[in-house]
Design a binder for this molecule. Structure first.
Ligand SMILES: Nc1ncnc2c1ncn2[C@@H]1O[C@H](COP(=O)(O)OP(=O)(O)OP(=O)(O)O)[C@@H](O)[C@H]1O
Length: 235
């Protein structure tokens, strides 16, 4: 599934968070969504996930409009918010079952899927704990499992590795790589190494405006590092 964003704008009162943003992500691409703090990444991702209404403009999954009210394409996408609101008092499997139900799964299929997803994201050893008992890295795995439970074709991951220790960071990065097959993924991060490890293309925004949408190879072809390209684009 492809993502198409057309002149997307979001204002909060007098503040323009996202300013007439247009870009496309093709089926099967993993795209890094970059920008300094406050650039408008989370706002854009919330709109793409159908959680926030744009002030103007629109976003599409294939040809279908993404809307706050629509449910059909929400089932085709998985969303890991930046501050993932987990139900801390729930057990891991209980939470994932609940999230699966919200995505329309049920019965034996859901039961099997919860077991499968727990294994896939490496939650096996922690599966009998309450979410509040988990470390940040394992909570992040629960977040990823929640985003993946209904096997969506599109994944929207907002800073999936922020706050993780170096080992967890590598593990989550490998996990994203593993699950990325046959999915279209947009992921925001401040870690350029991560972008280089996972993505072929990047979209860079600054103060709500698009400043680049290109392959990493193209952006760095003059021997520049992605870091220096980023800082030039977002001065
Ligand atoms: N609910 C809100 N009400 C008012 N302003 C908001 C709201 N949410 C975001 N903003 C503002 O919109 C701008 C874009 O914020 P956003 O969270 O989308 O940026 P970001 O690129 O994700 O930043 P970061 O990298 O720090 O997570 C910021 O100036 C922010 O203060």
């Amino acid at each position: 599934m492809s993502i198409r964003v057309n002149k997307l704008t979001k204002t909060y009162g007098a503040q323009t968070a996202v300013n007439s943003l247009s870009f496309e992500i093709n089926t099967g691409e993993i795209v890094g969504f970059l920008g300094p703090n406050g650039a408008g990444k989370s706002t854009t991702m919330k709109i793409l996930a159908g959680y926030l209404r744009p002030t103007s403009g629109e976003a599409f999954l294939d040809e279908e409009l993404i809307s706050v009210d629509g449910v059909s394409n929400k089932r085709k996408l998985g969303y890991l918010p930046e501050h993932n609101p987990l139900y801390l008092e729930m057990y891991v499997a209980e939470y994932l079952t609940y999230m699966g139900e919200l995505s329309g799964l049920k019965g034996k299929f859901l039961k099997d899927r919860v077991i499968e997803i727990i294994e896939l994201v490496g939650l096996g050893p922690e599966k009998n704990k309450k979410i509040e008992q988990l470390s940040k890295g394992y909570r992040q795995r629960v977040g990823l499992a929640q985003a993946l439970i209904h096997d969506p074709e599109v994944l929207i991951l907002d800073e999936p590795t922020t706050g993780l220790d170096p080992n967890q960071l590598v593990e989550i990065r490998n996990l994203i790589k593993k699950i990325s097959k046959n999915k279209t993924i947009i992921l925001s991060t401040h870690i350029m190494q991560e972008v280089e490890a996972l993505c072929t293309k990047v979209i860079v925004i600054n103060k709500g405006n698009l400043v680049a949408s290109d392959s990493i190879i193209n952006l760095t072809k003059n021997g520049k590092t992605l870091e220096s390209v980023f800082s030039e684009l977002t001065k």
